[in-house]
Design a protein around this ligand. Structure first.
Ligand code: ADP
Ligand code: MG
Length: 260
């Protein structure tokens, strides 16, 4: 049986959040989020600024530690509380290798070439052989349309090209989940499409993705489900057409009226 066949048969969600909460001091930012993301699902997360979208994403890979609840990725509890600090760090280093994250600001290593940026984590974190990873890295660069930029430095690239390198760099770890946090928000409008197309291609290949974005056209085309967050709660969710054309909640209607 093919790999995809087996994956589709697995009922267990790729990401499972149970009663997830996160406070910064007395500011409770996530107020008991329950959310499952299925394997190969593309989930688009929308909501007003400050509603907790980035915090939710960052709790999935424990860049922020939840103050309560459970984060389970691919059947494994991420925010374990039963480990010593040292063992927990080791655990995190391992589970994070399965999750790629791309941010609004590309965070490429400025003193490394495009190719070196992509080789960094597989060689340093996974200890893989450089020659072997180079073959894969060049395939990934081809996939994001930047093979000819392998020896360029980030400063020599446009924002859209840098963001495509950041995606390729995340993919080099062969993640089972990709988390995108407003990856096109800082780009000039004419560069947004080339990045969205790469993400659309990934979705078509069956990558499980959570995408925070204001690109409603992308959401409508690519998302299996749109989740609207406000004030640390999930207010409403459903297929993109339903959420965009027929939002039930007044908060969703107001938000969409502002962004659409
Ligand atoms: P969104 O991504 O939806 O705009 P965020 O998750 O970034 O929202 O932020 C939600 C709330 O959490 C905001 O009030 C923000 O100020 C607060 N917040 C986020 N990160 C931190 C942090 N590291 N320390 C303190 N407060 C934070
Ligand atoms: Mg944010």
């Amino acid at each position: 049986m093919s790999d995809t066949g087996e994956r589709q048969m697995t009922k267990e969600p790729m990401i499972r959040l149970r009663n997830l909460s996160k406070s910064f001091g007395d500011n409770q930012v996530l107020k008991g989020i329950d959310l499952d993301v299925a394997r190969s699902e593309v989930l688009v997360l929308i909501g007003p600024s400050g509603s907790g979208k980035s915090t939710l994403l960052r709790c999935v890979n424990n860049l922020e530690s939840p103050t309560g609840g459970e984060v389970i990725v691919d059947g494994e509890r991420v925010n374990r509380t039963d480990l010593s600090p040292r063992a927990f760090q080791k655990h995190l280093n391992r589970v994070r290798t399965h999750m790629g994250m791309v941010f609004q600001h590309f965070n490429l290593f400025p003193h490394k070439t495009v190719l070196e940026n992509i080789l960094e984590a597989p060689t340093q974190v996974l200890g893989r052989r450089r020659e072997e990873v180079t073959v894969e890295a060049l395939e990934l660069l081809d996939k994001v349309g930047l093979k000819e930029k392998r020896d360029s430095y980030p400063a020599q690239l446009s924002g859209g090209q840098q963001q495509r390198v950041a995606i390729a760099r995340a993919l080099a770890m062969k993640p089972s989940v990709m988390l995108f946090d407003e990856v096109t928000s800082a780009l000039d409008p004419e560069l947004v499409g080339e990045v969205l197309r790469v993400m659309e291609g990934l979705a078509a290949e069956g990558m499980t993705m959570i995408v925070v974005t204001h690109e409603m056209g992308f959401a409508e085309r690519v998302a299996n489900r749109v989740v609207f967050m406000a004030d640390g709660h999930i207010m409403e969710q459903g297929p993109p057409k339903e959420i965009f054309r027929n939002p039930r909640e007044e908060r969703t209607q107001r938000f969409l009226a502002d962004v659409l």
